[in-house]
Design a protein around this ligand. Structure first.
Ligand SMILES: NC(=O)c1ccc[n+]([C@@H]2O[C@H](COP(=O)([O-])OP(=O)(O)OC[C@H]3O[C@@H](n4cnc5c(N)ncnc54)[C@H](OP(=O)(O)O)[C@@H]3O)[C@@H](O)[C@H]2O)c1
Length: 225
């Protein structure tokens, strides 16, 4: 499948490389894909020029990446996701799964980040994306684990739960199939896109577990009585 990553940070690079390893054709989209930008160091990720050389894949603009893609991933900060997706073009997001991996973490006051009210009170980034792009088949997924775990869930002994939410059963089935290919065994469907709220609201506890335990290889497990 042709897959677009809207964002070239740690998550876009990790999911992108993971999907390429599974035989998909991935293009990463960034704002300004010129040589000087690709050479820049990135937070917890490679310069995109190195990622390109390693994977043989393309880095393009948001719009070029999304054009003709079968599935689009939003892998930008939740604070700027609507802006990035608008640049990708609403017409390039219509009638296909738009996998929203974002969290609305605001680092403007330093660590730990906080969840801004505008994107969390009675809403979530997943819901705001669905409202802004009504024709996109938004599926919230992968945002509750760190990037390496997204493509290799066995990094967490026992296997974590993947929580997904979205209005389209067909789009959720497509995302579940990609996840199963990465080795996800437990996929929990939280229902319509309002389920994104719960997963984004898990961030403060997840970040605490990460910092207190000294490792991002941590996930919350659902148990039922
Ligand atoms: N890191 C993890 O393990 C992890 C785990 C779960 C969920 N998440 C979530 O996944 C998302 C991606 O995380 P990340 O660390 O990979 O991303 P990131 O490095 O913070 O950002 C990725 C992209 O955001 C774009 N961007 C920044 N400001 C922008 C703006 N004003 N308008 C449009 N685009 C803008 C950048 O474009 P340029 O390249 O053009 O600068 C970049 O490609 C976040 O929402 C994060 O909370 C991360």
């Amino acid at each position: 499948m042709k897959i677009a990553m809207i964002g070239g940070g740690m998550v876009g690079q990790t999911l992108g490389a993971g999907l390429i390893a599974k035989g998909h054709q991935v293009t990463i989209g960034i704002r300004n894909p010129v040589a000087s930008e690709l050479a820049k160091p990135r937070n917890y990720a490679e310069p995109l020029a190195d990622w390109q050389a390693r994977t043989g894949a393309r880095v393009a603009t948001f719009r070029e990446a999304a054009t003709g893609a079968d599935i689009v991933f939003n892998v930008t900060s939740g604070l700027v996701s609507l802006e990035a997706l608008r640049a990708a073009g609403a017409e390039n997001l219509a009638d296909k799964p738009l996998v929203d991996v974002s969290n609305p973490l605001d680092f403007s006051n330093g660590m730990p980040p906080f969840l801004p009210a505008a994107l969390t009170e009675h809403t979530s980034v997943g819901e705001e994306i669905q409202k802004a792009f009504p024709k996109a088949l938004v599926v919230k997924a992968f945002n509750t684990v760190s990037a390496p775990v997204m493509v290799e869930p066995s990094l967490i002994p026992g296997g974590p739960d993947l929580m997904i939410a979205g209005n389209s059963a067909e789009a959720k089935a497509q995302v579940t199939a990609l996840a199963r290919d990465f080795g996800w065994q437990s996929v929990i469907d939280l229902g319509d896109i309002a389920g994104a709220r719960g997963t984004e609201h898990m961030m403060p506890i997840w970040l605490r577990l990460f910092v207190q335990g000294g490792s991002p290889l941590v996930a919350l497990k659902v148990v039922r009585g």
